[in-house]
Design a protein around this ligand. Structure first.
Ligand code: PHE
Length: 266
């Protein structure tokens, strides 16, 4: 267009006006055309940048490996969920217990041979590392009286160590005291719990007579598992009248059941 302008001097004077107008129009057209190309290019550059910097917010975040809960902890939490869902209230008690809560109040006085069932760690001051979460049911009943529906959970200790016993293990204790509580309520709740825990339509149980000083009658519950074998999973029974009496509950008015098991085994 610059060269065309310079040509002006060689154009005949009478045609110059038309020539100049033509070149000017050409110049305007060219400016507009190139300007629009420029705009398109800028728009494309912007678009390319958007594409390149796009963040897909639907992508899952990168996982950070923080470690996982131990299987035993998962099982413990699952058990807590199930019992809470069945209306049992949770209590933890204390791991160092007095002899009274761990034994005497549980109908196991000093001279009682049943004390030998549990190899106890005694502290120098006469206290014990609790051998059973049954101590928690005493502490709870003393406070709440009847009716009460609770479970105790926590670490328990016994002086034993072999392939199936550890000196520190976890126990769960269930207790339900109310009017007209029977053995079938006990077995029904145990079955309901196990069905939920193992996510099965039904579980096969074997109920064996047993002995615990704090329940009468006492039973042990076996669960049918791998290859038709039975696995002993818990002790249970109807709360002994002496235990209710020790907690200020009238056994002629109230009955209760209790059960206890280790969650490590489950
Ligand atoms: N405390 C008993 C044990 O540790 C288990 C148990 C609890 C039995 C409640 C009966 C009722 O062996």
């Amino acid at each position: 267009i610059g060269l065309l302008m310079k040509e002006m001097k060689n154009i005949a004077p009478e045609e110059r006006a038309a020539y100049g107008k033509g070149v000017n129009e050409l110049k305007e057209w060219a400016l507009e055309f190139l300007g629009s190309l420029d705009e398109k290019m800028k728009a494309k550059e912007l678009q390319d940048r958007y594409e390149a910097e796009k963040i897909d917010i639907s992508l899952p975040a990168e996982t950070v490996a923080e470690g996982n809960l131990h299987p035993i902890t998962l099982v413990k939490n699952q058990i807590i969920d199930i019992f809470a869902g069945m209306g049992f209230e949770i209590f933890e008690g204390t791991e160092i217990e007095t002899d009274y809560y761990n034994f005497t109040a549980l109908n196991t006085p000093d001279y009682h041979p049943a004390r030998d069932m549990q190899d106890t760690f005694f502290l120098e001051n006469g206290n014990v590392l609790r051998t059973q979460t049954s101590a928690i049911q005493i502490r709870t009943m003393e406070k709440t009286g009847a009716p009460v529906k609770m479970f105790g959970i926590g670490a328990t200790y016994r002086k034993e160590m072999d392939a199936t016993h550890a000196p520190m293990f976890g126990q769960i204790e269930g207790l339900y005291v109310n009017k007209n509580i029977t053995m079938s309520d006990l077995i029904g709740d145990i079955r309901a719990f196990l069905k939920r825990f193992f996510e099965m339509d039904d579980v096969e149980l074997r109920i064996r007579p047993s002995y615990f000083p704090f329940t009468d009658p006492s039973i042990e519950v076996d669960l049918k598992w791998k290859n038709g074998r039975w696995l002993e999973i818990m002790g249970a029974g109807m709360v002994h009248p002496n235990v209710l009496r020790n907690c200020g509950i009238n056994p002629d008015e109230y009955q209760g059941f209790a059960f206890g098991f280790g969650w490590d085994r489950l």
